[in-house]
Design a protein around this ligand. Structure first.
Ligand SMILES: [Ca+2]
Ligand SMILES: [Ca+2]
Ligand SMILES: [Ca+2]
Length: 765
């Protein structure tokens, strides 16, 4: 198991980030008790106790019959305001009941750091999760100053339904709402919709998509709700009774008087999923006074905690960065701030969740932002340790506590390891005029056991899929000591990827060298989506190696032959790269708002491309459009999509500084797809435009187009060590791409949070 890759977050001068607990399996939420104990909820229903900042062995509670498929599971916890005397805790979980599942709020009673056996009391059972829905469960719980229990419930729809039929706009159900209930589960008689015919009587407001977190400010009762967006905007909404926040009519601000705008929202150029939220109003203030009363919120994708001032919520201030997938925040009574991180860019285990806390030390010694990692290497191979620190004026590496002469830079390399290096401990001591800070120790393990060599056979590199397909995966593994490894050595996992984050699709499956999985009867409703298949093999000595393969949906435009010769403003159009300059194949990875796209069409205005779809497709044309980041904010273009000669999409003038726009058009029965880009009316300097992630869905499997002059960027072979942070694991945690791999892709993020929408394809299954 690989637990080592938690690194310190980047905190401001005077603060410190302290790792409290590791090895948590997909944690989702936590609550801090008045005495400082922390209860951490895992998605699988296991709840753990942290006491005196140490993770206790054993469970606080194991919730029975939890359904933790995809985003379902245990998602929220809060303590009763009278916890000191009644010891009540309220928990939100998806629970199986026969063939159906539903979310429920229940209560357990704590005693001696565990839940009293048999103390579980059902508070409120929500209606069944609609059949097949896997995302947007919500789950956060908080008590208000009125003594009522507030519950955030997700829309429980995977797709963006029409307003008229959406759950979030339907008062008859609890989905996409904040609920308000008495702690015993009865309905408060002053609830806002209590006299509305047909309304679900617990509803407090409506029009939310996936309110994954919210908090209520001590003293003022101000409620801020974090609503995870679909493709463009993350919102913080002020929680009020009988207010409609507008999903799915709108995402982000609008001028429609029926809906209430967020108090603060941010686009997907600065994040992708708003997660934890907490007001800084602790019993004992520890942080500087400027923090008091601020709202702290986290973003899963960009790894930040920022602060928002409720008195002036137009701009958020930076606070903490470089957290690996924060999912939850909580303020302790002593004024420190705890956060849960998933850390799942490691890629080979779900057991890598961690709890850390941020404290104010008022110290100005250097801050270690990344400690060297423990590593296992083969005898004689080189090894490099690295450290990152801020405000350090010098660095000195130590081996077993003794300074290494000349080792004074941020990295330290042993060109050829020897047996004497086994179990040596390496640290980096950083110094400035205020004092020193020493990194966490890294242990070097020297092995004469060769790493196993996994290889994915199917899907083959370049293979695609359609919704409803049965996809077979298989692989082989050899090992220098063990020979061919048996099926028991294999572990498979599949993530569904979107932009720079991912969703779990197939959980880790051990013990088979091949298997199959059915791609559900949905078609991706967003560009830049694919599946990533991981194969991890372990040799007899337990040494593991992981490889992965990306598998894209069929219908990528880069695999379709255009009709005739496309028009392009500089050189030929480019496949799976931006236009670059006039030469064929000289582009780089398509990038919009720093999001990379492995697929798509790169053009330069003016451009005109036509495709013959033959009238046989039933799905959509999907693309993200914008000027490539390579233009560094320059350029101006307008995109148009013509379907059988009719303008179906017109972006208007888009400049290099504008956000990308997502195009989704029905192409049922459409014969000709035509993609036009003009120069925006001001000439075509740096008009490097992308049809990023462009593809057509619901089409017969296309005939691949041979792209002789526009081969994709060179990909490392399966024998090449992964240069990305993915490969930075400790002993037994290295990972390499198998087949197609874009070395510019950032570390993947395993998300339990949907910010992508799928469309269920009614015609399949
Ligand atoms: Ca071996
Ligand atoms: Ca070019
Ligand atoms: Ca222009």
């Amino acid at each position: 198991m690989c637990l080592g890759n938690v690194h310190a977050a980047n905190v401001p001068v005077g603060f410190a980030d302290r790792l409290i607990a590791t090895g948590l399996n997909s944690p989702t939420s936590m609550t801090i008790l008045p005495d400082g104990r922390v209860l951490v909820v895992q998605q699988n229903g296991i709840i753990r106790t942290i006491k005196n900042d140490a993770l206790l062995p054993g469970n606080f509670y194991a919730v029975p019959n939890v359904d933790s498929f995809s985003e379902r599971g245990c998602l929220g916890i809060t303590a009763d305001p009278g916890f000191a005397t009644n010891h009540y805790l309220y928990i939100y979980c998806t629970v199986k009941e026969g063939a159906t599942s539903h979310n429920r709020i229940f209560r357990v009673t704590e005693s001696n750091d565990v839940a009293v056996p048999g103390s579980e009391q059902l508070i409120l059972r929500l209606p069944n999760v609609p059949a097949g829905v896997q995302w947007h469960m919500g789950g956060a719980l908080r008590f208000g100053p009125d003594g009522k229990l507030y519950v955030a419930v997700g829309g429980q729809e995977d797709l963006r339904e029409p307003v008229e039929t959406s759950n979030s706009q339907n008062l008859a159900n609890p989905f996409g709402k904040i609920l308000r209930l008495n702690p015993d589960g009865t309905v408060p008689p002053d609830n806002p919709y209590i006299n509305t015919a047909g309304a679900y009587s617990y509803n407090y407001n409506l029009g939310l998509r996936n309110p994954f977190a919210f908090d209520i400010q001590p003293g003022t009762g101000l409620m801020y709700i974090n609503d995870v967006g679909a493709g463009t905007w993350e919102e913080i909404n002020r929680g009020q009774p009988a207010v409609n926040y507008g999903w799915p009519a709108y995402e982000g601000d609008n001028n429609d008087p029926r809906y209430t705008n967020a108090v603060f929202s941010y686009s997907h150029t600065t994040g992708c999923a708003i997660t934890g939220g907490a007001f800084y109003n602790p019993l004992n203030t520890q942080f500087p006074a400027s923090f008091t009363g601020k709202y702290l919120f986290a973003d899963f994708c960009n790894g930040t905690i920022r602060t928002l001032d409720p008195a002036n919520p137009t701009v958020a201030a930076d606070f903490v960065s470089d957290i690996a997938n924060p999912v939850n925040l909580a303020v302790a009574a002593d004024g420190s701030v705890y956060y849960l991180a998933r850390n799942q860019n490691v890629g080979d285990s779900a057991d890598v969740g961690s709890v850390s806390k941020i404290v104010f030390t008022n110290s100005q010694v250097p801050r270690i932002t990344q400690s060297p990692q423990s590593r296992t290497v083969f005898l004689g191979d080189p090894i490099t340790f690295t450290v990152a620190a801020t405000d350090a004026t010098s660095i000195q590496w130590q081996r077993n506590g003794v300074a290494i002469p000349g080792a004074t830079s941020t990295s330290y390399t042993i060109p050829q390891t020897t047996a004497a290096d086994n179990q040596a401990i390496y640290t980096a001591v950083t110094t400035n005029s205020f004092g020193t800070a020493t990194s966490a120790p890294a242990v070097l393990t020297i092995t004469s056991n060769r790493f196993p060599v996994p290889s994915i056979t199917t899907p083959a590199a370049g293979a695609g899929f359609n919704a409803g397909d049965t996809v077979t995966y298989s692989g082989t593994a050899t090992d220098a000591e063990d020979g061919t490894l048996p099926a028991s050595a294999f572990t498979w996992r599949i993530d569904f990827m979107h932009d720079t984050h991912s969703h779990p699709f197939m959980a880790e499956t051990t013990g088979q060298s091949s298997g199959s999985v059915i791609v559900p009867g949905f078609e991706a409703d967003a560009p830049n989506t694919w599946f990533r298949l991981y194969l991890t093999v372990k040799d007899a000595a337990g040494q593991a190696e992981t490889v992965f393969r990306d598998v894209y949906p069929f219908g990528q435009l880069s695999e379709l032959n255009p009709v005739g010769t496309p028009r392009n403003g500089e050189g030929p159009i480019e496949l799976n790269m931006n236009n670059g300059e006039a030469a064929a194949g000289d582009g780089s990875t398509i990038s919009l708002g720093r999001i990379p796209y492995a697929k798509g069409i790169g053009v330069h205005a003016p451009s005109d491309i036509r495709y013959d779809l033959g009238g046989t497709c039933t799905g959509h044309f999907l693309a993200d459009v914008g000027i490539d980041d390579i233009a560094q904010g320059a350029g101006s273009v307008a995109f148009q999509v013509l379907l059988d000669g009719q303008v179906a999409f017109d972006s208007g003038v888009m400049r290099g500084t504008d956000l990308r726009k997502t195009v989704k058009l029905s192409i049922a029965g459409v014969k000709e797809l035509r993609l036009l880009v003009n120069d925006g009316g001001d000439g075509n300097t740096l008009d490097i435009a992308n049809w990023a992630g462009a593809r057509v869905s619901g089409c017969p499997v296309p005939t691949p187009a041979p792209p002789p002059s526009t081969t994709p960027p060179t990909t490392p072979s399966t024998e090449t060590p992964n240069p990305s942070p993915l490969g930075a694991g400790g002993g037994g945690c290295s990972m390499r791409p198998d087949g197609t791999f874009d070395p510019t892709l950032p570390g993947l993020i395993l998300a339990a949070l949907a910010s992508v929408v799928w469309r269920r394809r009614k015609s399949v299954r």
